[in-house]
Design a protein around this ligand. Structure first.
Ligand SMILES: Cc1ncc(C[n+]2csc(CCOP(=O)(O)OP(=O)(O)O)c2C)c(N)n1
Ligand code: SF4
Length: 476
C-alpha cells in the first residue's frame, strides 16, 4: 500500500517531464535553491487559496521547466521578457495573481530595462528574483550579480571590476523607485534563512491577492554545480560571501497603506488586440514542411543522451556534406538540464538551398538509446533507415522501416576509445550508403572536426573504418 507522508502543497504530485514516466524527482541538481523556492511559493499559493488565480511566468534559465512543477496557470516566455508578459497578463486579467520567476541573468542582464520599467510602473505582479551569482543553465557564466573576485566560466581569474564593473544590487535599485510596494532580500542557504524567506514570499503573494501592486523578493540561492562546491560549501558561500555583498533585509513594506489597483480593461480586450494585430485565420501563414522539396535531400535525426556525441556526430556529417559541396544544415536541440539531459540534432544534406533546418519526416534516424528511438521512430518515412546501438535491447521494428542494430558502443570500447561510439556508428551508417557521401567527404568531415588534434583524428579514422567494415560484413 502506498502511503504519502507529506505532499508539498501547490505543486503537482509527480513530474512526468517530456511525456516520460512519472517521477517525483525534479530536474534540479542536488543542493540547488530553485527546488526550495518552488516549495515555498507552491505552499504559499495553496495556503492563501490562490492557485486558481495564479499565472507563473517561467523564465529562460534553470527554472525553465517551472510548469512541470507548479499546479497553477503558466506562460513560458523569452529570455528576460517576463516583466512584459507579466504586465500583459496582469492588465488583461485583473483578478490574476501574476508571478514573474526570474534568475539573475534573466532579470538583471538581458531583462534589466524591462525589470526597472515594470517596477517603476508599479505593475501588479510578484517578482521572485533568484540570485545565484551565475548563469546556471548555460554553464556558469558571469552574471550581473557575480561577486568581485568570483571565478566563473567567463571570468576564470575572478571578476575584475576594472573589466566587468561591480555586482548589481537589484533591491537597492528598485528601492529608489516610487511605485513598488514591497522589496525584500532573503536567502535559502539553510533552515533559519528559509523560514524568513517563507514569510517574505507569502507577503509578496498577499499583496497580489489584495491587488495592491508591485512586490519584489530577491532570494540568494546556491548553485553548487556551477560554483563547483558541495552543498555545505555553497551554503557557507551564500551566508558569508554573498550576504556581505547583498545584505539581507526588508527595504520597503508599504502594503498597509497601498490601495488596490483598478486597471481600465477595454484597451486590452481580446477583440481589440485581434483587431490591432489583424489576427484573422486567413492571415495565418502555413508553415512549409522542412523547406526541402526534392533536391535529392537526406534528412537525418541523431538522438541520445548528452555525452554520447550526438551533436558532434551531426556536425561531422554536416562538415562531410560541406566537403562534398552539398547544401547543408545542422540544427541542434538539447534540454536545459545541467545533468542527465537528452539531446538531438537534425542534419539535412541537399542539392539545393534548404528553406528550413527543421525536419518533420526522417530519412535516417540514428538513436543511441531507447527513449530516443521510441520518441522519433514514428517520424521515419516509409523505407527509411533506423540505426540503433545494440544496447537499446530487443525492439520490434515497424514493417515500413529498415532497422539496423550495431555494436557501436562495443566497437569503440574494444578499440580503447569508448567515447568514440558516435564515430563507430557513423562508420556503420557510411556502409549503409544512405548518406550518399564518398569516403573522401567523410574524411573531410573528420578532418574539420579533429584536425587540430592529430591523435584524436587518428583514433576516429580507425574507428570509422572499423564501423564501416562491420557494416560491410553484416549488411551485405
Ligand atoms: C535571447 C537569449 N539569449 C541567450 C540565451 C541563453 N541563455 C539561456 S539561460 C541563460 C542565463 C540563465 O541564467 P539565470 O537567469 O541566472 O538563471 P539560472 O539558470 O541561474 O537559474 C542564457 C544566457 C537565450 N536562451 N535566449
Ligand atoms: S545548474 Fe545551478 S541553478 Fe541550475 S539546477 Fe543546477 S544547481 Fe540549480
Amino acid at each position: 500500500m502506498e502511503q504519502v507522508l507529506c505532499q508539498t502543497k501547490g505543486l503537482y504530485r509527480d513530474f512526468p517531464r517530456k511525456g516520460g514516466p512519472a517521477s517525483t524527482a525534479t530536474h534540479y541538481c542536488p543542493g540547488c535553491g530553485h527546488g526550495v523556492i518552488h516549495k515555498l511559493i507552491g505552499e504559499a499559493l495553496a495556503d492563501l487559496g490562490l492557485q486558481d488565480r495564479a499565472v507563473i511566468i517561467s523564465p529562460v534559465g534553470c527554472a525553465v521547466f517551472a510548469y512541470y512543477y507548479f499546479d497553477t496557470g503558466h506562460v513560458q516566455c523569452a529570455h528576460g521578457r517576463a516583466p512584459a508578459v507579466s504586465t500583459g497578463i496582469s492588465r488583461a486579467q485583473d483578478d490574476a495573481v501574476v508571478i514573474s520567476y526570474q534568475g539573475d541573468g534573466d532579470l538583471a542582464s538581458i531583462g534589466m530595462a524591462e525589470t526597472l520599467h515594470a517596477a517603476n510602473r508599479g505593475e501588479k505582479i510578484a517578482v521572485f528574483f533568484v540570485n545565484n551569482t551565475v548563469y546556471g543553465m548555460t554553464g556558469g557564466q558571469m552574471a550581473p550579480t557575480t561577486l568581485i573576485g568570483e571565478r566563473t566560466s567567463t571570468s576564470p581569474h575572478g571578476r575584475d571590476p576594472q573589466e566587468c564593473g561591480y555586482p548589481v544590487h537589484m533591491c537597492e535599485l528598485i528601492n529608489t523607485l516610487h511605485a513598488p510596494v514591497f522589496v525584500e532580500r532573503v536567502s535559502v542557504s539553510d533552515i533559519a534563512h528559509i523560514r524568513v524567506a517563507r514569510k517574505a514570499i507569502r507577503k509578496a503573494l498577499e499583496i497580489q491577492r489584495d491587488k495592491k501592486g508591485y512586490s519584489f523578493v530577491e532570494i540568494l540561492s546556491p548553485c553548487p554545480t556551477n560554483l563547483k562546491m558541495s552543498a555545505t560549501e555553497n551554503a557557507a558561500f551564500v551566508n558569508e560571501q554573498m550576504e556581505k555583498e547583498f545584505p539581507l533585509g526588508n527595504f520597503r513594506d508599504r502594503s498597509e497603506d497601498a490601495t488596490p489597483i483598478a486597471r481600465a480593461q477595454s484597451v486590452y480586450a481580446k477583440e481589440e488586440l485581434d483587431r490591432i494585430f489583424d489576427l484573422r485565420a486567413e492571415n495565418t501563414a502555413v508553415p512549409s514542411v522542412d523547406g526541402v522539396a526534392g533536391g535529392n535531400a537526406v534528412r537525418l535525426k541523431i538522438a541520445g543522451f548528452g555525452g554520447q556525441g550526438v551533436l558532434s556526430f551531426g556536425l561531422i556529417v554536416a562538415r562531410a556534406g560541406v566537403a562534398a559541396g552539398r547544401h547543408v544544415s545542422w540544427y541542434p536541440s538539447y534540454g536545459p538540464e545541467q545533468r542527465g539531459g537528452t539531446s538531438n540534432c537534425a542534419v539535412i544534406l541537399a542539392d539545393r538551398r534548404i528553406g528550413s533546418p527543421v525536419i518533420e519526416q526522417i530519412d535516417v534516424l540514428v538513436a543511441f538509446n531507447r527513449p530516443s528511438l521510441e520518441r522519433f521512430i514514428g517520424d521515419v518515412r516509409e523505407g527509411g533507415l533506423v540505426l540503433v546501438d545494440e544496447s537499446v535491447g530487443a525492439f520490434e521494428a515497424p514493417a515500413h522501416v529498415r532497422m539496423v542494430f550495431a555494436p557501436a558502443q562495443r566497437m569503440a570500447r574494444e578499440a580503447g576509445s569508448p567515447k568514440a561510439l558516435n564515430t563507430a556508428m557513423l562508420g556503420v551508417l557510411a556502409a549503409c550508403g544512405d548518406l550518399g557521401l564518398s569516403d573522401a567527404a567523410l574524411d573531410g568531415g573528420l578532418l574539420e572536426s579533429f584536425g587540430a588534434r592529430p591523435k584524436l583524428l587518428d583514433v576516429n579514422r580507425t574507428i570509422l573504418t572499423l564501423g564501416k567494415e562491420w557494416g560491410t560484413r553484416h549488411l551485405a
